[in-house]
Design a protein around this ligand. Structure first.
Ligand SMILES: NC(=O)C1=CN([C@@H]2O[C@H](COP(=O)(O)OP(=O)(O)OC[C@H]3O[C@@H](n4cnc5c(N)ncnc54)[C@H](O)[C@@H]3O)[C@@H](O)[C@H]2O)C=CC1
Ligand SMILES: O=C(O)[C@@H]1CCC=N1
Length: 272
């Protein structure tokens, strides 16, 4: 990867994930700069990653090729309005904020090359999954730059329709939390059955990892892999029947739809 200079505006959880992944990929620390309004957060990120973290967003952006907007959606408008006079022609804006449309960003920043994307926290381990959407001002080279940035921390897929970013948010953006919830619940269940807590946790996590690897590497789908684990009248069947009697699939659909809807609502509320 050529080393574009990257500025992160907001150095919180997601920025730290992306910064960690980029450094692990071999991007030099000197190519990355960040800004955060919190003094403690600035110190923490600078110490953890060995990068320059400043208080001024405008200063962080100076001379950057790519500006990654990584503040919470609720403060994005104010951050962009303050930043607008400092953004230079040719700088690519990459936003990772949930529910903030490229049209809103253009309203606040002016007509800019904007890539809106939705990564997730496993980016820290370079196991992230991101959806990307580029507006019409993004050049082929900038598209490649954005893709390089996000694929340095995992897989990245381009979307032709911006609306689908809401679906990506609901599936993979929020998705790690769904799996963590399952890990929490399975660990607690194992403990109730008499396993030491750490043993239940390790068995659960290794099983999650193995299942994901199998599903990724298999030439059959997840439903077939599940069937292969499920012996007739066996233990898995007892568990799966219990899940299904409780409306598991419908509940998952409802939950993912709620996240999709919330992403669209955020766009409505925060895009003004
Ligand atoms: N947490 C997640 O799994 C994911 C989050 N996102 C998006 O990433 C963005 C950041 O989320 P998190 O990292 O979780 O939030 P966070 O709260 O950990 O980080 C945001 C950082 O921005 C800083 N900040 C606030 N106002 C600022 C300002 N005016 N100027 C400079 N810095 C400022 C805060 O001090 C904080 O450190 C959000 O827009 C969220 O929608 C996207 C994908 C996944
Ligand atoms: O919960 C949220 O709003 C953000 C977006 C995806 C993951 N976290």
């Amino acid at each position: 990867m050529t080393s574009p200079r990257i500025a992160f505006i907001g150095a919180g959880n997601m920025a730290a994930s992306l910064i960690g992944g980029l450094l692990a990929q071999g991007l030099p620390a000197s190519a990355i700069r960040a800004s955060d309004r919190g003094a403690e957060q600035r110190e923490k990120i600078a110490a953890e990653h060995g990068i320059d973290v400043v208080a001024s967003n405008a200063e962080a952006c100076r001379d950057a090729d790519v500006i990654v907007l990584a503040v919470k959606p609720q403060v994005m408008k104010d951050v962009c309005l303050d930043l607008a006079p400092h953004v230079q022609a040719g700088q690519l804006i990459v936003s990772i904020a949930a529910g903030i449309t490229s049209a809103s960003l253009e309203n606040w920043l002016g007509a800019r090359a904007i890539v809106r994307c939705m990564p997730n926290t496993p980016s820290l381990l370079r196991l992230g999954a991101s959806g990307l959407y580029a507006n019409a001002q993004v050049s082929a080279e900038q598209r490649q730059q954005a893709e390089q940035l996000l694929s340095a921390v995992g897989m990245a897929v381009w979307l032709d329709e911006e609306k689908l970013i809401d679906a990506v948010t609901a599936v993979s953006g929020s998705g790690p939390a769904y799996f963590f919830l399952l890990i929490e619940a399975m660990t607690a269940s194992g403990e109730k059955l008499g396993l030491p807590r750490d043993v239940a946790a390790k068995l659960t996590m290794q099983t999650a990892l193995g299942a994901a690897q199998m599903a990724l590497n298999s030439d059959v789908d997840a439903a077939e892999l599940r069937r292969r684990v499920t012996s007739p009248a066996g233990t898995t069947e007892a568990a799966i029947k219990t899940f299904q009697a409780g409306g598991f699939e419908a509940l998952v659909e409802q939950a993912v739809k709620a996240a999709d809807q919330r992403s669209a609502e955020l766009a409505e509320q925060l895009g003004q």
